[in-house]
Design a protein around this ligand. Structure first.
Ligand SMILES: Cc1ncc(COP(=O)(O)O)c(C=O)c1O
Length: 441
């Protein structure tokens, strides 16, 4: 597959041009890659008004994902802000006030988007525990009927690798004519499985993928995808909406990385992914034989429920990090590894060897705080932008939260801006080692 952005940047460098334009490093510097870090000069196209090499590259990505695809150089965060703008504009175009029914395990960027765009949120708590937000089609249908949302917003996969039944959830959304947006930040690779599990293929209307999390792409590279039918309505406005939140200097290094990845995704990624999944499966099996409890879910995450093996996730993580093995995430209950086809066999062997060195101990019983629904007294925007101050968590009882305190794991947010901090929320924050919280003055 052609890589027009990479080709342009290479040919520009080769011509040893006189760079009387930004950036100030002029293509030379300590890292060696500065030559490819460009600005919107003649021929380099513009991300938010793409007509040349960027448009061509985005079209290549669209053909790989089988749906309209837009680049972001500011991660899924920018895509989530844009998705929420589309959801709000779509509701308004139908004469409705935007109200989004969202899984309570939403990433902080969704809460910030709610504050910036000032839309109403009704929360879906799923199966009533703090560690996942397993939303069944039945629960979704009941909540749609009760809340009359204009759109549904779900996170899939979540940080621990849990997957929802997107096909069934999408058909409920279609039945009630509400749009389904998916935060697929952790699942760009799902499109390249033997049978795609990518949200758009399963019936979602729009989704974001952090290319940088699971594909060979520089940090910050992400995609916004729309279904063909939604793109027919909003395709001309997507870039305009993206600009509301974006820097006017998108990184050419990140765009070049997304461009280069297209060729890899086209030629070799499917086969290297399926080979890697075999390694991951084999490692998971060996760890289970050794006595570890591995969560089921997406194929490329290895999530160990560590207390069943006699340790906190933190203890296992520090044991590994002392041996120069770095996990993606760890807390009291879990440790999460995110391998990719770019890990070597030796990486898998080292991880296995170290995990198998740890002697199993008796189960650590979980005293995990109970999930409680908190009382909302202000809307998210009012609370987030209100004068606020940081207080010690132990002194925050009864105060109104003004910031996103716990974002990704644990799955469920104990308290968000505008909600009253309860004894239970304090217990959860303490459990996760959070010492201070911002409250409305
Ligand atoms: C579930 C989820 N959504 C969204 C994001 C934001 O993604 P990005 O860092 O690409 O902006 C993250 C980041 O960790 C995440 O875990």
């Amino acid at each position: 597959m052609k890589t027009p952005i990479v080709s342009f940047l290479n040919s520009y460098q080769d011509r040893t041009p006189v760079r009387m334009h930004m950036p100030g490093h002029k293509g030379v510097g300590i890292f060696g890659f500065e030559g490819m870090d460009l600005t919107e000069i003649n021929g380099a196209d513009e991300l938010f008004a793409a007509e040349g090499i960027i448009k061509e590259s985005e079209q290549n990505a669209s053909s790989l994902f089988g749906c309209p695809t837009y680049y972001s150089t500011q991660g899924s965060t920018l895509c989530i802000q844009t998705m929420c703008t589309i959801l709000c504009q779509d509701a308004k175009s139908k004469g409705k006030k935007p109200k989004i029914l969202a899984g309570r395990n939403a990433h902080r960027s969704f809460i910030h988007a709610a504050a910036l765009l000032d839309f109403d949120v009704a929360w879906l708590y799923g199966n009533n525990d703090y560690l996942s937000c397993k939303i069944s089609p039945e629960t979704l249908e009941k909540e749609i009927v009760e809340n009359h949302p204009t759109a549904v917003y779900l996170t899939n996969p979540d940080y621990l690798g849990n997957l929802l039944d997107i096909t069934a959830l999408a058909s409920i959304c279609k039945k009630y004519n509400v749009l389904l947006a998916i935060d697929n930040a952790h699942g760009a690779y799902l499109r390249f499985l033997k049978d795609s599990l990518h949200p758009i293929d399963l019936g979602a209307d729009l989704c974001c993928d952090s290319a940088h999390k699971t594909l060979p792409v520089l940090t910050g590279g992400a995609y916004l995808h729309l279904s063909d039918s939604l793109n027919q309505v909003w395709g001309n406005d997507v870039k305009h909406f993206m600009e509301y939140f974006s820097s006017t200097s998108p990184s050419y290094l990140i765009m070049a990385s997304l461009d280069a990845a297209n060729d890899v995704l086209d030629r070799t990624f499917r086969s290297s992914l399926s080979e890697c999944i075999r390694y991951v499966d084999s490692l998971k099996n060996k760890l289970v034989q050794r006595g570890y409890t591995i969560l089921s879910g997406e194929p490329m995450k290895i999530t160990i429920s560590t207390k069943d093996y006699g340790y906190t996730g933190n203890e296992i993580a520090y044991f590994l990090m002392d041996r120069d093995i770095y996990p993606e995430f760890y807390d009291s209950d879990y440790i999460v590894f995110m391998p990719s086809p770019y890990n070597t066999n030796a990486d898998f062997e080292r991880l296995e060897e170290c995990l198998c060195k740890i002697q199993r101990k008796s189960v650590v019983f979980n005293l995990f705080p109970k999930l409680e629904h908190v009382k909302k007294v202000m809307n998210i925007r009012e609370a987030l932008f209100a004068p606020s101050m940081k207080v010690d968590v132990s002194k925050s009882l009864g105060q109104i939260c003004s910031s996103v305190t716990v974002s990704c794991p644990p799955a469920i947010l104990p308290v968000i801006p505008g909600e009253v901090i309860s004894a239970c929320a304090i217990e959860v924050m303490k459990y996760y080692g959070i010492e201070s919280v911002r409250v409305v003055k």
